[in-house]
Write a protein that binds this ligand. Structure first.
Ligand code: GLU
Length: 532
């Protein structure tokens, strides 16, 4: 092992420009002044693809838990893997979450500005900070430069496999741990690329116990791998940025996807070697999908409904989706909703300990039902406003129709929205087209053919007779009944003929309410047209 002096010299050789110390960083980002039970949570997505519904799910959980505990929620963008980053990846996340009403107390506003005093909140803008800690790690003998090339690493892997040993850079295989300063200097002078690795002192045979906030008590093995902390491009790995950012930002609980659970031993060692206080972890299970009886992760590639845009384009009510996600997070949400139909979902108390341990099933059918219920609780004016918002972006024709016929459309949308029987056939605002259809001649579909049930002459006769008594009154159905008995027919058949004549369909909302909204003149016109 290198002695103290050598380590110190090595740190200066590797980071000649880094003059600040970890202490300077702690002075720059002082401790937060919050209640003991306030949670400071961060959500830390990488800008590597479209906005996944799982991103909204986790972001939502973070913001709610922070708010409930009078704490702080932070959005941090982890863009240290330049190879995987996509164009506009950052704005997709920042704007997408905001669109969904998932608001963070601190985080980027765009790629230049941010809210909060612990920023920047985009990791690629924090490279100087990571270098300060990397230098300290080298100085303390906890990290070292490694000049192994890709080819050498590959060769090593093959040799390890042949020898039946674990693969990776550890123990005797980590050859750059002990190389002399001269050799390091020589490589540096040649301009050779290097990474900084942790000098792990763990033993993979040792176990330790940890209490995960979600998964419960776990037994894990110590880390002994000399994992990369700083890459040759000067960017940190996730492993290195995680303890530094979470400590400097004053995070109290680390909630993250459970794909990171296997890395926890490394992170534990890093917290210790950096001299940081360890933080509790909660590993969230991913959203799953049932696929021919098998459960698998809801996938970016295979499942269109994984992309948030799927919902936005179709005009799903965002709060309806959030209610569904709340139910996935804590399955008692629906019971709470039934008991509290008129309260905002924000009032629901989300509990970490009630979170699903294994992987929650994401079911589009249930999501649709939840959105249906959600829209059924809105009043006609709100449905109108939200439908118009959607249509302005996705359907010009419907937008114009809504704008040009505001009163009329609100009346249409009010059908079966109040009183005993509430209409539940709108999942998303795209469905507004179906709701308006029968009220506009330019949208109304062709007549449904019922001549196999009642022949056309008879139908015409029914409509003819009805026209003679037609008026809009509460006793509407009484008139139908009387007419039916005069003609020796069933009231159901007569009503069906009238329904088709007026709405072109055999199924429609309550016909009396439809007639009221259409108005006497229009109804007469439709009845007459049916006969001709
Ligand atoms: N950037 C990591 C990811 O997207 C974040 C993990 C974490 O929350 O710590 O998976």
């Amino acid at each position: 092992m290198r002695n103290k002096e050598e380590c110190s010299i090595l740190a200066d050789i590797l980071f000649p420009d880094v003059v600040q110390t970890p202490e300077d960083m702690f002075n720059k980002y002082p401790k937060r002044n919050l209640n003991d039970d306030s949670m400071v949570l961060r959500f830390a997505p990488s800008p590597t693809g479209f906005l996944h519904i799982g991103t909204v799910y986790t972001g939502m959980i973070c913001t709610i838990l922070a708010k409930q505990s009078s704490g702080v929620s932070i959005l941090r963008i982890e863009d240290t893997d330049k190879g995987r980053e996509i164009e506009n990846g950052i704005s997709t996340i920042v704007n997408g979450l905001k669109d969904f009403g998932v608001y963070f107390d601190e985080g980027p506003i765009d790629t230049k500005e941010y809210h909060g005093v612990y920023g920047p909140y985009i990791q690629s803008q924090r490279l100087d900070i990571y270098k300060v800690f990397a230098k300290q790690m080298v100085k303390d003998g906890n990290a070292y430069p490694c000049f192994l090339s890709e080819e050498e690493l590959e060769e090593m892997r093959v040799r390890q496999e042949e020898a039946g040993e674990r693969t990776g850079c550890y123990g005797k295989w980590a050859v750059w741990r002990e190389k002399g300063l001269e050799e390091v200097k020589e490589r540096l002078d040649k301009g050779e690329k290097f990474v900084i690795r942790i000098y792990s002192t763990g033993n993979a045979e040792n176990i330790f116990h940890t209490a995960d906030l979600i998964k419960g008590n776990l037994t894990l093995h110590e880390n002994d791998m000399d994992m990369v902390l700083l890459k040759s491009d000067g960017y940190p790995t996730y492993h290195f940025a995680h303890p530094i950012d979470d400590t400097l930002m004053g995070i109290t609980h680390i909630l993250r996807g459970d794909e990171w659970l296997p890395s926890q031993p490394l992170h534990r060692e890093l917290f210790e070697k950096l001299g940081f206080k360890t933080l509790p972890y909660g590993h969230l299970s991913p959203l799953m999908k049932s696929d021919n009886g098998n459960r698998r992760k809801l996938s970016k590639r295979k499942d269109p409904e994984a992309d948030v845009l799927y919902y936005i384009e179709r005009g799903y009510p965002k709060d309806g989706i959030k209610e569904y996600l709340l139910n996935i997070a804590n399955s008692n949400f629906y019971d709470w909703r039934i008991q509290n139909p008129n309260i905002k979902a924000d009032e629901f108390v989300l509990k970490i300990e009630k979170m699903n341990k294994a992987g929650a099933l994401f079911d589009i059918v249930k999501l649709n039902d939840t959105c249906k219920e959600y829209i059924s609780r809105l009043n006609a004016q709100t449905v109108y406003d939200m439908s118009l918002d959607w249509a302005k972006n996705y359907n010009d024709g419907i937008a114009k129709l809504l704008e040009d016929n505001k009163e009329y459309c609100i009346n249409i949308l009010n059908i079966e929205r109040e009183g005993e029987k509430i209409r539940k056939d709108m999942v998303k605002f795209e469905d507004v087209k179906n709701q308006l259809e029968i009220f506009f001649d330019e949208l109304i579909p062709d007549y449904e053919n019922i001549s196999n049930r009642i022949d056309m002459d008879k139908q015409k006769m029914i409509v003819q007779k009805y026209l003679e008594v037609f008026n809009i009154s509460e006793n509407w159905f009484e008139d139908v009944r009387q007419l039916a008995s005069t003609l020796g027919l069933s009231a159901g058949d007569v009503a069906m003929v009238l329904r088709v004549a007026i709405t072109h369909r055999t199924k429609s909302p309550d016909l009396y309410q439809v007639i009221k909204v259409l108005g006497e003149e229009k109804v007469r016109e439709r009845l007459e047209k049916y006969i001709s």
